[in-house]
Design a protein around this ligand. Structure first.
Ligand SMILES: [Zn+2]
Ligand SMILES: [Zn+2]
Length: 250
């Protein structure tokens, strides 16, 4: 089984604070680099990506804290280029968002970027096992990856839903969002908290759980984040509240 490296480059939700950057996670396998969402943490990828393996960026949805880092791509010159995978309609949207007069257009920067919309008939790449829509204010995709037998599931912005549990089945590493503090919920703006993250992990029989996407207003300091860590560990033993620059191996 391959050893997979997971680097949490940005673990905040909504906006950057002293606790960290907005959401970006880098997965390194023996064959490829896979980036999950393009929050501001994406500025660090060149500290980790030293080989010329293919680079795939998966966007869960188009809320700004998940795509705000796309204008930073102009910094990079990876010779192999990058493929951005996103939901249908994303190509049109990104061509307007990462474009004049807001920033340099994706087509003009050094890095060669290709945008691939995820259709029903995916996989566009062999390691993407499944993508399903979650329960969020805007359509948001969750992903299930299988890297040579090691499964990593990514459940970003959502309230608790069946598709989250489907994606997480027996995952070696389940990464869920935890925008809300323990005990907090909202029907109008569905998000997870440490308890519901742990519940998904339990129901899906995941092996390890990482919490990310701590809403910057709910979690203003590391004190709240430590509270989330304590809370999630009580409910699901093999779990942690991730912090920026943390690296784990799966
Ligand atoms: Zn978000
Ligand atoms: Zn969102």
């Amino acid at each position: 089984m391959p050893k997979i490296k997971v680097a949490f480059l940005g673990t905040n939700g909504w906006y950057d604070t002293k606790t960290g950057n907005t959401l970006c996670i880098l997965i390194e396998t023996p064959h490829e680099y896979v980036i999950l969402d393009a929050g501001n943490g994406i500025y660090k990828i060149d500290q980790y990506m030293k080989e010329d393996k293919p680079i795939h960026l998966f966007l869960s949805h188009f809320h700004l804290d998940h795509i705000i880092g796309l204008h930073i791509l102009a910094k990079f010159s990876f010779p192999q280029g990058m493929t951005i995978h996103c939901a249908k309609g994303g190509k049109r949207l990104l061509n307007k968002f990462v474009a004049n007069p807001l920033t340099a257009h994706l087509g003009e920067i050094k890095l060669k970027v290709k945008i691939a919309e995820l259709g029903k008939k995916n996989p566009s790449v062999p390691f993407l096992e499944k993508q399903l829509f979650l329960h969020h204010k805007a359509p948001c995709l969750g992903f299930r990856f299988n890297f040579g037998g090691k499964v990593i599931s990514f459940i970003p912005d959502t309230g608790i839903c069946d598709n989250a549990i489907k994606l997480a089945q027996n995952a070696d590493l389940l990464i869920t969002e935890s925008a809300f503090l323990p005990g907090h919920n909202s029907a109008e703006w569905p998000h997870l908290n440490p308890e519901t993250g742990a519940l998904i992990a339990k129901k899906a029989k995941a092996k390890k759980l990482a919490l990310v996407h701590f809403d910057a207003a709910e979690y203003p300091t590391m004190k709240e984040r430590k509270m989330a860590d304590k809370c999630v560990k009580k409910l699901f033993k093999n779990s942690f509240a991730a912090v920026d620059d943390q690296v784990v191996f799966v």
